[in-house]
Design a protein around this ligand. Structure first.
Ligand code: NDP
Length: 315
C-alpha cells in the first residue's frame, strides 16, 4: 500500500485466458506476488469451447472450462490473487502504471502484463447462437476434427477463412465456402490454394441467412445477393471466420497497435512501447491464436517483467 492509500503492486496481470494464468504461474513462482484481474469473461475464449484436444499434457483431451479452472488453481497455488473484475481505464504516463477497476478503484503497479485476448466476430444471427458448440464454431483448428468425414460450411474470405477452409478440406469430403462479395480479401497465394483445392466449393456473392437443424446443425440457408436466390446446403458444421477483435480498446492512447488493434511487441519479447508494460496472448497475436501459443507468450511476459523489476532494482 502506498502513502495515499492506493494499492501498489509489483505486477498486475489483466486477463484470464491461458496467457494471463500462465503469466500468473510464472510471476507468482518468481515472488512477484501478482494480482490478476479476470475481465468480463473469466477464462477467456476457452470458456466457449468444448473439448480441447490439442493442448499438450491432456492425452484424453479436456473441456475448455475445466482447463481454465486448472490454470486458475495452478496460479492460485503459488499465491496469485484473482479478482473477478474489469479494468476499464489505464494511465501509462509515468514510471508507475495506473489502472482503474470498473468500480472506480485506482491501483498502481511497477509492471503490467496485458493478456486481454481477442474475441471472435460473429455474424449476429440468432440461429448462430442456438447452435453454438452444437456445430457452430469460430475455430477450425479447435473443432474441425470433431466433424471429420462430414460436409462443412465456412463463412469469410480473409486469410483466416482461407487457411481454415484449407485445414477443413483435409478433414472433410466437401467444404462449402461462403463469400459475401465477388472477390476475396485473402492474400493471392491463399486464394490460389483455396481455388485449387478440389473439395472446396466457393459460393460468391453469398450471405448466410440461417443455420438450420434440430439438436445439431444440419444445413445452412444462404442467399445470393446478385441473383436474389435462396438455397439450402446440407452441412454438419458451420465455421465462422470473419475476423477477430482484440480486446485492447482501453490501451489505445498509450500503446502501439496495428490497424486492427493488435498490440505491437518488440521482436523476441513481450515488451510494448511503454517500459514495464508487457503484452501476451491473442491481444498481440493475430496469426497463431492457440491456447498453447498464448500460454507460451504469457510465460515470456512474466519472465520479461521479472527481468525488468530486477534491472530497475525494484526486487
Ligand atoms: P479479415 O478482416 O482480413 O477478413 C475478414 C473476412 O470476413 C473478410 O473477407 C470479410 O468480407 C468477411 N466478413 C466480415 N463480416 C462478414 C459478414 N458479416 N458476412 C460474411 N463475411 C464477412 O480477417 P482475418 O481474420 O481473415 O485476418 C485478420 C488479419 O490477420 C489479416 O491481416 C490477415 O492477413 C492476417 N492473417 C494472416 C495469416 C497468415 O499470415 N498466415 C493467417 C490469418 C490471418 P469482406 O472482404 O467482404 O469485407
Amino acid at each position: 500500500m502506498s502513502n495515499n492509500g492506493i494499492a501498489h503492486e509489483k505486477c498486475i496481470i489483466i486477463g484470464s485466458g491461458p496467457a494471463g494464468y500462465t503469466a500468473a504461474v510464472y510471476a507468482s513462482r518468481a515472488n512477484l506476488e501478482p494480482l490478476l484481474f479476470t475481465g468480463q469473461e473469466p477464462g477467456g475464449q476457452l470458456m466457449i469451447t468444448t473439448d480441447v484436444e490439442n493442448y499438450p499434457g491432456y492425452p484424453d483431451g479436456v473441456m475448455g472450462p475445466q482447463m481454465m479452472e486448472d490454470f486458475k488453481k495452478q496460479a492460485e497455488r503459488f499465491g496469485t490473487r484473482v479478482r473477478l473484475e474489469m479494468i476499464t481505464k489505464v494511465d501509462f504516463s509515468g514510471p508507475v502504471h495506473k489502472i482503474w477497476t470498473e468500480a472506480g478503484e485506482e491501483l498502481h503497479a511497477d509492471t503490467i502484463i496485458i493478456s486481454t485476448g481477442a474475441s471472435a466476430r460473429w455474424l449476429g444471427l440468432p440461429s448462430e447462437q442456438t447452435f453454438m458448440n452444437k456445430g457452430v464454431s469460430a475455430c477450425a483448428v479447435c473443432d474441425g476434427f470433431f466433424f471429420r468425414g462430414q460436409e462443412l460450411a465456412i463463412v469469410g474470405a480473409g486469410d483466416t477463412a482461407a487457411e481454415e477452409a484449407l485445414y477443413l478440406s483435409k478433414l472433410s469430403p466437401q467444404v462449402h465456402m461462403l463469400v459475401r462479395r465477388d472477390e476475396m480479401r485473402a492474400s493471392k497465394i491463399m486464394q490460389d490454394r483455396v481455388k485449387k483445392a478440389e473439395n472446396i466449393k466457393i459460393y460468391w456473392n453469398t450471405e448466410t441467412k440461417e443455420v438450420l437443424g434440430g439438436d445439431e446443425v444440419e444445413a445452412v440457408r444462404v442467399y445470393n445477393n446478385k441473383t436474389n436466390e435462396e438455397s439450402t446446403i446440407p452441412v454438419k458444421g458451420f465455421f465462422v471466420a470473419i475476423g477477430h477483435k482484440p480486446n485492447t480498446g482501453i490501451f489505445k492512447d498509450w500503446l502501439e497497435m496495428d490497424e486492427a488493434g493488435y498490440l505491437i511487441t518488440k521482436p523476441k519479447s513481450t515488451k510494448t512501447n511503454i517500459e514495464g508494460v508487457f503484452a501476451s496472448g491473442d491481444a498481440q497475436d493475430n496469426i497463431y491464436r492457440q491456447a498453447v501459443t498464448a500460454a507460451g507468450t504469457g510465460c515470456m511476459a512474466a519472465l520479461d517483467a521479472e527481468r525488468y523489476l530486477t534491472e530497475k532494482e525494484i526486487i
